[in-house]
Design a binder for this molecule. Structure first.
Ligand code: FES
Length: 199
């Protein structure tokens, strides 16, 4: 979560790259907070807390990274960790597609072509991040795909229920049980749950 000075609620962002001693975030300046973040001068301090929730399972046999729009944000780091597997990235415009330069071995498509048209028919271990309609479409094609879902977040530790989404008939707090649906278990124990289930 990133929090600007004077900002009431922090905002969740994926780690895009993590060179030694640094964290990089890919931010599209589409609203007041993201614009202020992008306008920060070098050396200005902001609050960062995390990592929260879970992450992608990276120990898979046939990895394929699938990203849409600003949803490509976590894929450069995932690609580094996984030895630069193939990737399929989709964007609305050529300008947005500039972000594809951060992901090695990427095949890029621009709307109206969709990433789901490029997913091969052979079984692959898909790690996907992008807008919700894209994630639904990927899930329909690859039922065990790992899906990085998105929702507004406030507390970041499971208390406010502001980030709940419905997935496979279950309510999921993305900040602690996600944001990767079908991903690896969360780093921290989930508040309010025991080994036997929800208390
Ligand atoms: Fe508060 Fe997830 S952000 S429960």
């Amino acid at each position: 979560m990133l929090e600007l000075p004077g900002q009431v609620v922090p905002r969740p962002f994926s780690i895009c790259l993590a060179p030694k001693g640094e964290l990089a975030f890919l931010i599209d300046p589409v609203g007041p907070v993201t614009r202020r973040l992008c306008e920060l001068e070098r050396g200005r301090e902001i609050s960062v807390f995390g990592p929260l929730g879970n992450g992608f399972r990276t120990d898979v046999d046939r990895p394929l990274l699938v990203g849409g729009g600003i949803g490509v944000a976590p894929l450069p780091y995932a690609s580094q960790l996984m030895g630069k597997p193939p990737a399929i990235l989709g964007f609305r415009t050529r300008r947005h597609a500039e972000a594809a330069k951060l992901v090695p071995n990427a095949e890029v498509c621009i709307e109206p072509k969709l990433v789901t048209e490029l997913i091969p028919a052979v079984p692959m271990d898909v790690l996907a991040c992008g807008p919700e309609p894209m994630l639904h479409a990927v899930h329909a094609l690859v039922s065990d795909a790992q899906l990085a879902w998105e929702a507004p977040m406030a507390c970041g530790f499971g208390a406010c229920y502001g980030c709940v989404v419905e997935f496979q008939g279950r309510s999921v707090r993305l900040c602690v049980e996600g944001p990767i649906l079908n991903g690896r278990p969360p780093v921290l124990p989930i508040l309010g749950e025991s080994e036997e289930g929800v208390e």
